[in-house]
Design a protein around this ligand. Structure first.
Ligand SMILES: Nc1ncnc2c1ncn2[C@@H]1O[C@H](COP(=O)(O)OP(=O)(O)OP(=O)(O)O)[C@@H](O)[C@H]1O
Length: 858
């Protein structure tokens, strides 16, 4: 109900004034103009002392307050409680301050309606009750309607202009944000642009990386952090934002208002927020910066006043947060790009640095500064799995690292450790670096010892390269594990490292193998020289001289056994020609194009015979610096001549027996058996049967060897061969000495035939060689038979002289004798060819060569 006025308008002048005022009201563009019309024009009509216009906006906003004693302040306005009522008939003065209450006797309130909606009240204050005019209701309605419309117009204009301004500022912000490239740029925008749009005391922007493992803060210039002497720069990088606090903020997903009085008491309140509180911040508004499903950060507005932000401000904060999200996303992406770029550069520099590395020493030299520079790693040991795949051992380490210099670490650098030690195997199984718990460290069986005093912490990372795992153990004394922050770079570096290590390992293996091959080559060279000498020697004795019946038997046996691969046992006193016979068997066998390898079982120390026979692997015994193949392998495809077999130690007799039975051998220290195809010829001057009976020679080996025995007669038992042998050796040594000795006295010959020859043909050979050297003239008149057996003879008589003839002559004469004996028959039963053990065709060609005609003989 509208309060009735006491006085009525009396004349037309007043009506004109009201009409005029209303026209002016309609034309008012601003509060100022509106105020002027009310105070100057309408005052004439209302004759009030002062007036107030309340607008019932959402926030009960006071539009005008022209009370001289009151500040324009929403909170303190005396009419604030009534603006939502359409009228009030209470004694308004009770709401006035003391001085105002005394000043005004009457307050009249007129409701203002616009488009059917109450928009506020027009309150008139009168100092004197009597001064209240008596205005007609129509007139009052007319004026309030005009005033409501004018006020509504001004409010609409203001709203438009405010929106325009906000729009302009947001555009500016948007422009500024679009040019943000770094945290520094963002800080500048926060400081320069936000203040124009929003009223605040300070701003905090929290930036989160994807896994929220660390975050950075950007503080506006008014923030107390800028006054903290420990913190320099516009933003800081800290980990102190407790996860709980962060989760709580992000949970809201919209603007959340935090009462700092309460929050600073809670456990989850981070230190910098406490600092804000201590610096007078009473209210904090937070809103997450979210892009799709990722939280990029949090935007915080800090205020020293509580409840100072209205819904329009909150909308503005949301709007700013949207823009900041774009900026933060750009910053993080750009940082990621720059980080990747830097990592690529670092990786490239790392690749270049280690590209030329060829060995461990070079690797350590290059690696240590690189790991320090790129990842901040000081003390590290890189371990590689051994070839047995059961153990691992340090491969390369920082030789100048402080921790590694300690005695405990030095010891572990030469250790082999089981792969299943709880560290290496765990590191291999894990895709990520594993951090080793220092307390468990001591309970594990094999890991490198840690220095408990230095509080060492180890990080182990493993990588596989071509199924060869290598692990890097990094030691440090802080819990800021190197490599964690630059995980990707770390992994890339490790992958490259693994490649280089595998190259080094391959190089080392190759060098080892090359040296082994060189060893073999050298060995083969030696073998070649040895064999050449053997062959040269063999060639000297390629002819077995002897015509005695016993030698005929030997020849026959050689011819019988040679074509087969049967084992032959040659028995006979020393110097009877056992080796010569062995070589004859080999040269007449299908194996003649391969080697006949001789092993003198008596000439080697017992401990070397095995290696000599079967070979050995590198490192299989002290002194085995290289791999060496044995005589069995060397003779593969040919003949193995085991001279002096009777001297073989019993333990080797077993091994030899096995090798002969299995036809395969095993190198000393070797893990595999090697098949060999050899023919064995053994020889001894001992009575092997007696040796066997007396237990010095294994019976099984004896029977294995005694498959085809050839018994060589002692020279004293075939003395009729002495002239032939003497002729052969005199010719040989005379030629060698460049002499022409053709004649030997019959006396000497008879003495020689009477001599026992304990050294057999070798003794004869040496005696004649010496005698020829001492002989003067072309007749051998003296030989030096051992005195106790015989005496030196001097043969004076010419008719006693033994005429030396050539082999050819001897051969011719002998064939002639045989042909005579066979009555000129060459082939067939009991023909000369059969008696001489040669094919008839061979004998024919021989006869042709020697100029023997059958018919002459017959
Ligand atoms: N029938 C032979 N004709 C020519 N030379 C022979 C004959 N028999 C042996 N010799 C020579 O006698 C020397 C000794 O021969 P060989 O080494 O073969 O005897 P051995 O029985 O093997 O001796 P040892 O038992 O001492 O090893 C050699 O120089 C060899 O050429």
């Amino acid at each position: 109900m509208i309060v009735q006025t006491k006085r009525t308008l009396e004349n037309q002048e007043d009506e004109d004034a009201i009409f005029h005022s209303c026209i002016e009201l309609a034309a008012a563009n601003s509060r100022q103009q509106l105020l002027e019309v009310i105070t100057h024009q309408l005052k004439k009509t209302g004759q009030f002392s002062t007036t107030t216009l309340y607008i019932a906006s959402e926030e009960d906003q006071l539009l005008f307050d022209v009370f001289p004693t009151h500040e324009i302040n929403n909170a303190s306005s005396p009419f604030r409680p009534f603006v939502r009522t359409t009228n009030f008939d209470v004694d308004h003065r009770q709401f006035l301050k003391e001085d105002a209450r005394q000043q005004f006797e009457r307050l009249i309130s007129y409701p203002l309606f616009c488009a059917g909606r109450s928009i506020g009240h027009w309150v008139l204050a009168y100092e004197d009750e009597a001064a209240v005019p008596d205005v007609a209701t129509d007139t009052i309605n007319f004026i309030t309607a005009q005033l409501a419309m004018a006020t509504s117009n001004v409010l609409a204009r203001e709203a438009i202009s405010r929106q325009e301004s906000e729009h302009r500022l947001l555009m500016e912000l948007s422009r500024a944000i679009s040019s943000i490239r770094s945290k520094n740029d963002l800080t500048a925008v926060v400081n320069n642009n936000l203040k124009k749009i929003l009223d605040f005391d300070s701003i905090t922007i929290l930036l989160l990386n994807r896994d929220r493992s660390h975050n950075a803060f950007i503080f506006s210039s008014g923030h107390p952090y800028h006054h903290n002497k420990f913190l320099a720069g516009e933003f800081i990088d800290i980990l102190s934002y407790t996860q709980n606090c962060l989760d709580k903020i992000l949970e809201s997903d919209d603007v959340a208002t935090i009462d700092m009085d309460q929050f600073q008491k809670s456990e989850i309140c981070p230190p910098h927020v406490k600092l804000e509180f201590e610096n007078g911040i009473k209210e904090k508004l937070t809103i997450p910066l979210r892009e799709d499903n990722h939280y990029l950060g949090v935007f915080c507005v800090n205020s020293r006043l509580k409840g100072s932000y209205n819904s329009r401000d909150l909308e503005m904060i949301r709007c700013i947060a949207c823009q900041l999200t774009v900026a933060v996303s750009n910053i993080l992406s750009l940082e990621e790009i720059l980080k990747r770029d830097a990592e690529r550069k670092n990786l490239l520099s790392f690749s270049n640095a280690i590209a030329s590395v060829r060995n461990k020493e070079q690797l350590a030299k290059v690696l240590s500064p690189q790991l320090k520079q790129l990842l901040g790693i000081d003390d590290y040991v890189i371990c590689a799995m051994c070839t047995d795949k059961l153990r691992y051992t340090p491969f390369v380490h920082n030789q100048t690292g402080a921790l590694i210099q300690t005695e405990t670490f030095k010891k572990m650098l030469h250790k082999y450790t089981e792969v299943e030690d709880g560290i290496f195997n765990t590191a291999i199984a894990s895709h990520d670096p594993i951090v080793i718990d220092i307390d468990n460290w001591y309970t594990l069986p094999g890991p490198p010892p840690a220095d408990k005093e230095s509080k060492t912490i180890a990080t182990a990372v493993a990588i596989n390269f071509r199924e060869e795992p290598v692990a890097i153990m990094i030691y440090n004394t802080t819990d800021n594990y190197p490599g964690v922050k630059q995980h990707q770079l770390f992994n890339s570096i490790l992958s490259q490292l693994a490649i280089v290590m595998s190259h080094i390992m391959a190089n080392e293996k190759m060098t080892r193998e090359v040296s082994e091959i060189n060893g073999f080559r050298q060995q083969l060279e030696e073998e070649k020289i040895y064999l050449k000498e053997e062959i040269d020697t063999a060639h000297n004795y390629s002819e077995i001289i002897g015509d005695s019946t016993s030698m005929q038997i030997v020849f026959r046996q050689i011819a019988q056994v040679a074509p087969s691969s049967s084992t032959v046992l040659i028995l006979g006193e020393t110097g009877t020609g056992k080796e010569l016979v062995a070589r004859a068997i080999h040269n007449n066998s299908p194996r003649k194009n391969k080697l006949m390898v001789k092993v003198n079982c008596a000439a080697l120390p017992a401990n070397l015979i095995e290696s000599e026979l079967f070979g050995h692997e590198r490192g299989s015994f002290t002194g085995a610096t290289d791999r060496r193949i044995g005589k069995f392998e060397l003779a593969n495809g040919g003949t193995l001549f085991l001279d002096e077999i009777g001297e073989l130690p019993p333990e080797l007799q077993v091994k030899l027996l096995r090798a002969l039975q299995e036809r395969e051998i095993e190198r000393i220290g070797g893990k595999t058996t090697i098949k060999v195809d050899i023919r064995v010829i053994a020889a001894t001057n001992r009575n092997l049967e007696k040796e066997m009976n007396e237990g010095r020679f294994r019976s099984d080996l004896y029977y294995r060897l005694n498959i085809f025995p050839i018994d060589l007669p002692a020279l004293r038992h075939r003395s009729d061969d002495i002239p032939l042998l003497a002729t052969h050796f005199i010719q040989l040594f005379a030629r060698k000495a460049g002499r022409k000795i053709k004649i030997i006295s019959n006396k000497i010959l008879q003495d020689m035939m009477a001599y026992q020859w304990p050294g057999n043909i070798r003794e004869l050979e040496h005696l004649l060689e010496r005698s020829i050297l001492l002989c003067e003239g072309d007749t051998l008149k003296h030989i030096h038979l051992p005195a106790q057996k015989t005496q030196a003879l001097t043969c004076e008589e010419k008719n006693d002289e033994f005429v030396i003839s050539t082999m050819e002559d001897n051969e011719r004469n002998y064939i002639l004798q045989v042909l005579k004996h066979c009555k000129g028959r060459v082939g067939g039963y009991m023909g000369a060819a059969e008696l001489l053990h040669v094919p008839p065709s061979t004998l024919f060609s021989k006869m042709k060569k020697l100029g023997i005609r059958r018919d002459i003989v017959a």
